[in-house]
Write a new protein. Structure first.
Lengths: 210, 86
């Protein structure tokens, strides 16, 4: 990972320039090199942007919980930190998806999920989505020869379940989505770690990642 | 798929995508120059994503506990610092 982060100071300016240019001419062009995208997640400005939005979302969570008049927070037992953990997780993912600006499948899937949950707390569309996806998956699994799937295919399947919104995409698209998703997740973890460190005033021990 | 990405990827391009994915994975020094098989790249990728998601999850847990204990002024100060420090 360190080999790709050379000079963050220089990168910021380059990234800003690239982004301004791309905004004017950008289409969903598959020919365009996805590299600037994944490098974008590594830029300091992107992380700062994300952190700011996330902190704002976190404050919102606090405000919602302390008022505890809205049905959603009551449902999640707002007074306990356990209930709020999921809200925070969802907020972090939602903000991440917003930062992606809808250019990737996974980010659009997350945004779809969170808007459904926000508007329809009782309907649990999240579960419905998964059930729908499982229907296609289950037909294969219910056959006795499920172990006949070649190893690579099986792994592709596992991967497609990990990346949001990518259960039915082709392999190359899945790989593209995955590279972007990984870079975004890394940034999310970096940002959340930093916020936590600021709040606790102490460094956080990460799971062996540099 | 309505996306314009439904073109035919060549094998070469798919190989490149695997290489690119491999370069994103945390890798021990000895492995940096090798090309891993598709199967291994997929394995490592799934493991890595799961790990990242788990980290994010644990951080959410931690943050929710912290938000409980930190008062409002604390959060504002922290916001300002986050904006300035990064």
């Amino acid at each position: 990972m360190e080999s790709t982060i050379s000079n963050p100071d220089f990168n910021i300016e380059e990234e800003e320039l690239k982004r301004t240019k791309r905004r004017k001419t950008e289409t969903r062009d598959p020919e365009s090199d996805p590299k600037p995208q994944t490098t974008r997640w590594r830029s300091e400005s992107e992380q700062r942007n994300y952190s700011t939005k996330l902190v704002e979302a976190l404050r919102q969570v606090r405000r919602n919980s302390s008022s505890s008049s809205s049905p959603s927070s009551a449902k999640l037992s707002s007074s306990s930190s356990v209930g709020r953990h999921r809200e925070i997780r969802d907020a972090a993912n939602r903000v991440l998806a917003v930062s992606a600006k809808g250019k990737t499948r996974w980010s659009r899937a997350i945004s779809r999920l969170s808007s459904k949950v926000a508007h329809n707390n009782t309907k649990h569309k999240k579960g419905a989505n998964r059930a729908g996806a499982k229907v296609t998956g289950c037909s294969r699994l219910s056959r006795p020869e499920k172990k006949r799937l070649p190893a690579v295919q099986r792994k592709v399947k596992v991967l497609s379940r990990l990346v949001p919104g990518c259960r039915k995409v082709s392999l190359p698209n899945l790989l593209e989505e995955t590279t972007d998703y990984i870079a975004a997740l890394e940034m999310q973890v970096r940002a959340m770690t930093k916020i936590t460190e600021i709040l606790t005033g102490a460094p956080v021990n990460r799971l062996g990642l540099s | 798929m309505s996306s314009p990405r439904s073109r035919n990827f060549t094998n070469e391009e798919i190989k490149d995508l695997f290489l690119k994915l491999q370069s994103l994975l945390p890798q021990p020094n000895q492995r940096r120059n090798q090309t891993l098989s598709a199967s291994m790249v997929l394995n490592e990728t799934c493991t890595y994503i799961k790990r990242l998601q788990k980290e994010a999850d644990e951080l959410s847990e931690r943050l929710s506990q912290l938000l409980d204990s930190v008062d409002t002024t604390g959060v504002d100060v922290e916001l300002i610092r986050t904006l300035l420090q990064q």
